[in-house]
Design a protein around this ligand. Structure first.
Ligand code: N01
Length: 480
């Protein structure tokens, strides 16, 4: 019996792949009332995935119907809902169930839920996502504001936008997409930028009906999208993170610089938009229209620090009061929670909080010592960046499925990595992480853990694919 936590992209993937393996006794638990994960939670105007549409799909379930080169959030949500129905996952889904405790007792995972429901399973798949707990800024006076105020992932669609004075705090991918969507619609849109970001130019055209029809033929779609070529691009991207002198790093740095130089007419505004860190240090922003949006007559870039929020708006440190009707906190997420706040206790009473006391860690992002038969998708230290996490989760599933086969074959009752394997992996990973642009590029970002060391996979994509293809059994403990 397998329990899956989370019905986002990764949880649905697990459900489908378990079916493929013939494992039918499966429940996918979801705290919300719908599938979709991040694409359910985020509904802000302009919500788009900056990974090209046809590369942001399951490899086994292409979607000829994407309307745009970059997929709009609502289409992604609809895609996951369709996939869920097509693969008959509804029967396995239990909504409104928030897991609070998981404990490995007598060879099984015992689960408890906020509702009072309890369950147990031989195998637990944690597919709980990475960026799901909004990070609220520490700005005084937020309660005093008389207008509307919410985090970008908690968008209140009853609040009118047209003609209103809107302040957006934060210039990550989210803030940039919101500004692009609202410039011209809002009466005034103010973008509060604490740190300027590099913006990679991109285009976001529409697929014609004829193209969408042609893409129904998998061969045409594959030829048009060149999936292998794209993966080579992902590899070059990961190489650029490691080596600032690589062709990819130079290309992206040049493209961002040209975009800034040519995209912003006013030299004073251009300087305020010029980042003080190296491109790729923070997650690169891909935008076809941000520079255009911020130069709209009704848009204003605010680079003065925020002193506080008052009843009427935002007071910046220069003393100016910016009168606003709506404040959007595009201030990011706590990227280090993963399954938490649920408590998890493994073998011999080992608990997750202790294992993760200084920072979340997992061998190959998948398994932890003394947490047998618990496998994570998009867990800590896995690859993150400007590429598809669907593809990453599929490779991780390839690895996990090999462990499940060993369990099913009766080779072991319990599988997890050894303590030594995690320690060696984590030491090597941390050292490699210090050589990446995330560490050396002169910026702060959500990629860094509490120690200030990048938390992600610090090697190439091809190395990741290779490590996922074949488990190193010497690193895994199989208990019979
Ligand atoms: O969050 P962020 P995000 N006062 O953490 C600022 C994914 N994503 O929601 O840089 C003022 O990147 C903070 O400033 P600074 C993607 O992985 C993907 O935008 O710390 N400002 C920063 O500008 C992305 O990386 C897509 O100085 C404050 C911003 O808030 C991740 O989600 C689309 C502040 C936070 O940026 C997170 O993106 C959208 C304060 N007190 C998101 N506190 C795709 O298209 C924070 N900030 C795939």
């Amino acid at each position: 019996r397998v329990a899956v936590l989370g019905a986002g992209m990764a949880g649905l993937l697990a459900g489908i792949k378990l079916q493929e393996m013939g494992i039918r006794d499966v429940t996918i638990y979801e705290k919300a009332d719908r599938v979709g994960g991040t694409w359910r939670e985020n509904t802000y105007p302009g919500l788009t995935c900056d990974v090209p549409s046809h590369h942001y799909t399951y490899s086994f379930e292409r979607n000829p119907d994407w309307t745009r080169h970059l997929p709009p959030g609502p289409e992604i949500q609809a895609y996951f809902e369709r996939v869920c129905v097509k693969y008959g996952l509804e029967a396995q889904l239990r909504f409104g169930e928030k897991a609070t405790h998981a404990e490995f007792l007598d060879g099984r995972w015992q689960l408890r839920f906020e509702s009072g429901h309890a369950d147990s399973a031989d195998v637990l798949i944690a597919a709980t996502g990475v960026l799901h707990r909004p990070r609220l800024p520490n700005i005084s006076g937020m309660d005093a504001f008389k207008g509307d105020l919410f985090h970008s992932a908690r968008w209140d669609h009853t609040v009118p936008l047209e003609g209103r004075r809107i302040g957006v705090i934060g210039s990550g991918s989210t803030g940039v997409q919101i500004i692009s969507a609202l410039a011209g619609l809002a009466g005034l849109i103010e973008h509060y930028q604490r740190t300027a970001q590099w913006i990679m130019p991109t285009e976001n055209g529409y697929y014609s009906e004829a193209e969408r029809e042609a893409f129904r033929d998998p061969a045409v779609l594959a030829a048009a999208m060149d999936f292998e070529g794209y993966n080579a691009g992902v590899d070059a991207y990961t190489q650029a993170i490691i080596d600032e002198n690589s062709d990819g790093a130079r290309y992206m740095a040049d493209a961002c610089l040209q975009n800034l130089e040519q995209g912003v007419a006013d030299p004073e505004l251009r300087e305020r938009l010029r980042p003080d860190h190296r491109p790729l240090c923070k997650r690169l922003i891909f935008s076809p229209d941000y520079y255009q949006a911020i130069q709209h007559p009704q848009a204003r870039l605010v680079t003065e620090g925020i002193d506080r929020i008052e009843a009427a708006g935002i007071r910046t440190v220069d003393g100016e009061l910016h009168a606003l009707d709506l404040i959007v906190l595009a201030t990011g997420f706590h990227a280090d929670t993963f399954m938490r706040p649920m408590t998890m206790t493994g073998r011999n009473g080992v608990d997750l909080e202790t294992l993760w006391a200084d920072h979340p860690k997992a061998y190959l992002a998948i398994t932890m010592p003394d947490f047998p038969n618990l496998f994570m998708l998009n867990g800590p230290n896995g690859p993150v960046g400007n590429f598809s996490l669907i593809d990453i989760a599929e490779h991780q599933w390839g690895y996990i499925s090999q462990l499940l086969e060993r369990l099913r074959a009766g080779d072991a009752m319990e599988i997890c990595c050894s303590k030594d394997a995690l320690e060696t992996f984590e030491n090597e990973r941390s050292e490699a992480a210090k050589k990446t642009v995330w560490y050396t590029g002169g910026c702060h970002s959500w990629y860094l853990d509490a120690r200030g060391i990048p938390a992600s996979w610090p090697w190439t994509y091809s190395r990741f694919v290779e490590r996922m293809a074949t488990p190193n059994w010497a690193d895994l403990e199989l208990v019979c």
